[in-house]
Design a protein around this ligand. Structure first.
Ligand code: COA
Length: 327
C-alpha cells in the first residue's frame, strides 16, 4: 500500500490587520478583554476585492512552489471551507485559477475541523493508489457571516487560507488519526440556513430564506474543546503507536490561547512545543492549522522528521486529530 508524505506548505494572509483597538470602535470591547480571554491581538479581514478562491489559490500556489511540484502533476484538489464563493463549491474555481487541468476538485465542509478531515480524506485516495499528488487547502472568509454587532463572537474570527501538498511515498508519514462528530451539539456553534416561506403557485410554497450570522455558546464550546481535544489526540497517538512524549510540535486549531494552553497542559506538552499564531490571525477556521503549520515550517521550527500532532475542532460539532511526520 502506498504511503503519504507531506512535501510542501503555503499560506495566503491578508495584509491589513484589524486590531482589537480597531474593533472596539465598533463594539463595546477592549484590547485588554480580548487579549486576556483569547490571546488574540489582531485578525485580518478580506476586502471586497478578495475572495475565498483568490486566497485558496495563493495558498495552494505557495505550497506547490515549496514542494517543487508542477500544477500539471496535481491529481486532486480538496478545499476545506465553510464559506465558499459559490454554494455549489469553490474548489473548481481554484483548479481553474491554478491551471491544474488534470485535477479533480471538490469542497469538503467540516468547519474548523475541515483541514484535518480533508487531510485524512486525501490520504485515503493516496493509500488506495487512486491518486499520487493531492493539494489540501483550508480556507475561510468567516467575516462574511460574522455579526459585527455581537461582541461575544465578532472578536474571535479572521480570514485566510493555508495549504499542503501530499504525495505518494514508500513510507507512510500519516502515522495515525481519529475523526469524530456529534450533531446533537450542533446548537452550540452554527451558521444555519433560516427558511422562510414564499408562495410559488397554488398549493405549493417554497423556501426563501437566508443564513443567520454565526451563533455560539462560548462556554459550551470551550468545555467541549478542552475535554475532547486531548482525548482525540491520545487516540490518534495510540493508533500511531506513539505517546505524548513523541510529539515535537502541537499544531492545534487556533481558536483560543487558553484552549491551547489547557490542551497542552493535559497532554504534558511544554509550551515551547506549541505552535501559536492566534495573536496575529485570530481564529481563521479551516485555514488556521495550515497557516500555523506553514509559518512554523518557513520559520525553520518544523524540520523534516519532526512528529506533529494536529487537531481541529469546531462546528458540527466535529473534532479530529492527525499525527504526521513532516517531510
Ligand atoms: N468584550 C468585553 N466584554 C465581553 C465581550 C467582549 N468582546 N464578550 C463578552 N463580554 C462580557 C460578557 O457580556 C460577560 O459580561 P457579564 O458578566 O456582565 O454578563 C462577560 O464578558 C463574560 O462573558 P463570558 O461569555 O462568560 O466570557 P468567557 O470567559 O466565557 O469568554 C469566550 C468568552 C468566547 C472568549 C470563551 O467562552 C471562549 O473562548 N469560548 C470558546 C469559543 C471558541 O473558541 N469558538 C470557536 C471554536 S472553533
Amino acid at each position: 500500500m502506498p504511503g503519504v508524505s507531506l512535501v510542501g506548505s503555503g499560506s495566503a494572509c491578508l495584509s491589513v490587520p484589524l486590531t482589537n483597538d480597531g474593533l472596539s470602535q465598533r463594539v463595546d470591547t477592549s484590547d485588554e478583554w480580548i487579549a486576556t480571554r483569547t490571546g488574540i491581538r489582531q485578525r485580518h479581514i478580506a476586502a471586497p476585492t478578495d475572495s475565498l478562491t483568490s486566497l485558496a489559490t495563493e495558498a495552494a500556489r505557495n505550497a506547490l512552489e515549496m514542494a517543487q511540484v508542477g500544477v500539471d502533476e496535481v491529481d486532486l484538489i480538496l478545499l476545506a471551507t465553510s464559506t465558499p464563493d459559490d454554494l455549489f463549491g469553490s474548489a473548481c474555481r481554484v483548479q481553474a485559477a491554478l491551471g491544474a487541468t488534470r485535477a479533480v476538485a471538490f469542497d469538503l465542509t467540516a468547519a474548523c475541523s475541515g483541514f484535518v478531515f480533508a487531510l485524512v480524506t486525501a490520504a485515503q485516495y493516496i493509500r488506495t493508489g487512486v491518486f499520487k499528488t493531492v493539494v489540501v487547502i483550508g480556507g475561510d472568509v468567516l467575516s462574511r457571516w460574522t455579526d459585527w454587532s455581537d461582541r461575544t463572537t465578532c472578536v474571535l474570527f479572521g480570514d485566510g487560507a493555508g495549504a499542503v501538498v501530499l504525495r505518494a511515498a514508500e513510507r507512510d508519514r500519516l502515522l495515525g488519526f481519529e475523526l469524530c462528530s456529534d450533531g446533537s451539539l450542533n446548537h452550540s456553534l452554527n451558521l444555519a440556513y433560516q427558511p422562510e416561506s414564499a408562495p410559488l403557485v397554488d398549493g405549493i410554497t417554497v423556501q426563501k430564506g437566508s443564513f443567520a450570522p454565526i451563533t455560539m455558546n462560548g462556554r459550551e464550546v470551550y468545555k467541549f474543546a478542552v475535554n475532547r481535544v486531548p482525548e482525540v489526540i491520545e487516540k490518534a497517538l495510540f493508533r500511531a503507536n506513539l505517546t505524548t512524549a513523541d510529539i515535537d510540535w502541537l499544531v492545534l486549531h487556533q481558536a483560543n490561547q487558553r484552549i491551547l494552553d489547557a490542551v497542552a497542559a493535559r497532554l504534558g506538552v511544554p509550551s515551547e512545543r506549541v505552535v501559536s499564531n492566534m495573536a496575529r490571525h485570530g481564529n481563521t477556521s479551516a485555514a488556521s492549522i495550515p497557516i500555523a503549520l506553514d509559518e512554523a515550517v518557513r520559520a525553520g521550527k518544523v524540520q523534516p522528521g519532526d512528529v506533529i500532532a494536529t487537531a481541529g475542532f469546531g462546528a458540527g460539532l466535529t473534532w479530529g486529530a492527525a499525527i504526521i511526520e513532516w517531510g
